[in-house]
Write a protein that binds this ligand. Structure first.
Ligand code: ATP
Length: 250
């Protein structure tokens, strides 16, 4: 877990002495944790343990009260290469009247703060097609997202996170509210992505059985109410495919 080596062992997320307080309430208590390239990290904890808070700090939406988080070696506060990071926040079921189409939602993954008002290019539309195809949702492209099932919506949000071909994918309870069969399919898809692509995963889930079947029974670290399960995938031959939006079909 420790070490910032070359090649497949680079540090992707480094969490160093992080505390987080909401007013007087301590939520994260002196957390130190390194996530290396191509790790799959499963983050587990009871309601209110601080999982979402930690993910939000990783993507710069919250600032640690103390300590530091680095992404790809850069402090999050100064990190600019957000195309490397895909984030799928906790599911909110969408109002069926929400007007955006699937294609528009996926394309919106391209809008960094700076790019918000630029014109979309042919290459952007191609990336969108690739991302939708990788999640097998191309047939839904013109449907309103609010009219889709929970499982379909999750695939759309994953495609949105994939459109920039990220190297770090952060998923906050991606299968909540989805039936068991769809959850199993979704998890298989995530495993496939991890096994075949040069990508690091951090996933919060309450589905311990599913997680342990892939990451083993023992957490590698516990901090407060948080438990970290990790699968390392550091063999050089595991790092051949790099383009996430290619050949993701199961
Ligand atoms: N904006 C906020 N202001 C004050 N307290 C907050 C705020 N957001 C979260 N909290 C509190 O911080 C604690 C951690 O919340 P967090 O959402 O990180 O937990 P979690 O582990 O993701 O929980 P869950 O499994 O229920 O999603 C909880 O006690 C929560 O009530």
């Amino acid at each position: 877990m420790n070490g910032k080596n070359a090649g497949c062992h680079q540090s992707v997320v480094s969490i160093d002495g992080v505390f987080f307080f909401y007013e007087q309430k301590k939520v994260i208590d002196d957390l130190c944790f390194d996530i290396l390239e191509r790790d799959f990290v499963g983050l587990v904890g009871s309601n209110g343990a601080g999982k979402t808070t930690l993910l939000r700090m990783m993507v710069g939406l919250l600032k640690p009260s103390q300590g530091q988080i680095k992404l790809f070696g850069e402090p999050v506060g100064g990190f600019r290469d957000w195309d490397l990071v895909g984030y799928v926040p906790q599911k909110n079921s969408l109002n069926p009247l929400f007007p955006a189409t699937v294609k528009e939602v996926v394309l919106s993954g391209l809008y960094g703060k700076k790019k918000m008002f630029r014109r979309l290019t042919k290459a952007d539309y191609q990336k969108c097609e690739d991302a939708m195809r990788s999640m097998s949702i191309e047939d839904l492209a013109d449907r309103r997202i609010g009219q889709l099932s929970g499982g379909q919506q999750q695939r759309v949000f994953l495609a949105r996170a994939l459109i920039n071909n990220p190297r770090l994918l952060i998923l906050d309870e991606p299968t909540v509210g989805i039936d068991a069969r769809t959850q199993a399919d979704f998890f298989q898809l995530i495993r496939h992505m991890h096994q075949h692509h040069h990508i690091t995963f951090v996933m919060v889930t309450h589905d311990l059985d599913m997680l342990q079947s892939y990451l083993g029974n023992e957490p590698v670290q516990a901090c407060g109410g948080l438990k970290f399960f990790v699968k390392h995938t550091h063999e050089p031959e595991d790092c051949l495919e790099t383009n996430l939006t290619h050949s993701l079909q199961l």
